[in-house]
Design a protein around this ligand. Structure first.
Ligand SMILES: Cc1cc2nc3c(=O)[nH]c(=O)nc-3n(C[C@H](O)[C@H](O)[C@H](O)COP(=O)(O)OP(=O)(O)OC[C@H]3O[C@@H](n4cnc5c(N)ncnc54)[C@H](O)[C@@H]3O)c2cc1C
Length: 383
């Protein structure tokens, strides 16, 4: 077996799957390695759905990446002939002066993104599922959508393989070393591979052994997500047609997000806190149940926002956020090891960017320029 590759991608969550997909589309000899199986429920990318939106309250620095990602998500859907994107539109709800409302409007205007701003009385007519108070406003982005998350990741891996990429599952990489101008990659099972360059996308595990230079900038946190059933006879307001993907900022600053059911194996409405209920934790391979105190906190919150939902969740699961100090991403090349590139693109909002980040990593790994500047995501901003 030939053990030399132009590019090896380590960690095939959504970032690594996207990187391998883009590397393979650029006709390079490539290998993707993942510690787990092709489909698993550890780390950050598992589950049925993720949100895509461009009227990004977090700021215009994300716009170029978002625009590029939007094109590539649509290309993925077209190339693989799978239904991966569910055009639900998106609503961003908060007090009129909240960061969610003002930030979404600002980015939508800067990015010339189609949007509408609704006052509370109008919003109640459009969004029968939500309790919207008089002092609130809603930004509606018709072009926002839900991504079929696990399917999209598998579609990328399939297409990468069809384009000649090799994959190896169930074998974790334990060491990276300099080898000429490239990298020597050692796995736990004792395999040794050589690569012209390496892309490390190991999600919350990136802070463990492979990229010690990033450890002090990142903190993996376990975060719960919940599913809720509509009350009997109240199903229609939660259908994909009437229930867009949403962000909802409460007056105490608590930010919730949610997605209607888009696949039959995850029925009910998925809702989670973006900025509460986070527990610093090392990632592992076991299924840890959601803490009881978090589950008991949730029903009154859900009942106050969604009077037509049962407040007790039908399911609760954990996932991982890998948080940076400023809740943005770390993307770049290693200072410790030549020809090694990485992306820790999470902070709880990285999925939507994956094809664009994967494309940028692929370009860097094959010695080409990324099609946009990634300086805003460099580690240097913390120095
Ligand atoms: C509950 C929840 C909801 C979210 N919602 C959204 C959303 O709506 N929209 C959005 O844009 N983002 C969202 N995010 C964030 C998004 O899901 C993450 O940014 C993204 O999944 C990060 O993917 P990743 O590939 O970096 O990491 P991971 O998915 O964790 O992948 C890392 C991979 O590396 C492998 N690995 C680890 N160590 C090794 C090793 N040594 N050798 C080989 N392989 C290794 C693991 O097996 C794993 O497959 C959400 C996150 C969570 C947790």
């Amino acid at each position: 077996m030939n053990r030399s590759y132009d590019v090896i991608v380590i960690g095939l969550g959504i970032m690594g799957a996207a990187a391998l997909w883009r590397v393979a589309s650029k006709c390079t000899r490539s290998l993707g390695i993942d510690a787990s199986g092709p489909s698993h429920c550890h780390g950050s990318s598992h589950g049925a759905s993720r949100i895509f939106r461009r009227a990004y309250w977090e700021g215009e620095k994300y716009l170029q990446l978002l625009n590029h990602a939007d094109l590539l998500w649509k290309e993925l859907e077209q190339v693989t002939q799978r239904h991966l994107l569910f055009r639900t539109g998106g609503v961003f709800i908060g007090d009129k002066s909240s960061r969610i409302v003002s930030g979404s409007i600002e980015t939508a205007k800067k990015g010339k993104i189609e949007h509408e701003v609704w006052i509370a009385s109008d919003a109640r007519k459009h969004l029968p599922a939500f309790n919207i108070q008089d002092e609130m406003a809603v930004v509606y982005e018709p072009g926002a959508y839900a991504i079929s998350a696990s399917e999209a990741r598998l579609a990328m891996l399939n297409d990468a393989v069809l384009n000649g990429a090799f994959t190896e599952f169930g074998n974790n990489v334990v060491k990276l070393e300099k080898h000429g101008t490239g990298v020597r990659v050692t796995t736990k099972s004792g395999c040794i591979y050589f690569a012209g360059s390496v892309i490390v996308t190991t999600g919350p595990w990136i802070t463990t052994n492979l990229m010690p230079e990033l450890t002090r900038f990142l903190e993996p946190r376990r975060v719960p997500i919940y599913w809720f059933k509509p009350k009997a006879g109240c199903e229609t307001p939660f259908s994909q047609e009437q229930f867009p993907i949403f962000l909802y900022e409460r007056q105490d600053g608590g930010l919730l997000y949610g997605v209607p059911s888009i696949v039959s194996n995850e029925p009910d409405v998925k809702i989670g806190f973006h900025n509460r209920q986070q527990s610093p934790s090392l990632p592992g391979w076991e299924n840890v149940p959601v803490q009881h105190r978090y589950i008991t906190e949730i029903p009154p919150i859900i009942e106050s926002i969604f009077p037509k939902l049962e407040g007790i969740p039908t399911q609760a699961k954990n996932c991982f956020y890998t948080m940076s100090h400023d809740e943005s991403f770390l993307i770049g090349h290693s200072k410790a090891l030549e020809s090694t590139y990485f992306a820790s693109a999470c902070s709880g909002h990285g999925f939507k960017f994956a094809p664009a980040i994967g494309d940028a990593l692929a370009n860097m790994a094959i010695g080409q320029q990324a099609s946009f500047s990634l300086s805003a995501f460099s580690v240097d901003r913390f120095n």
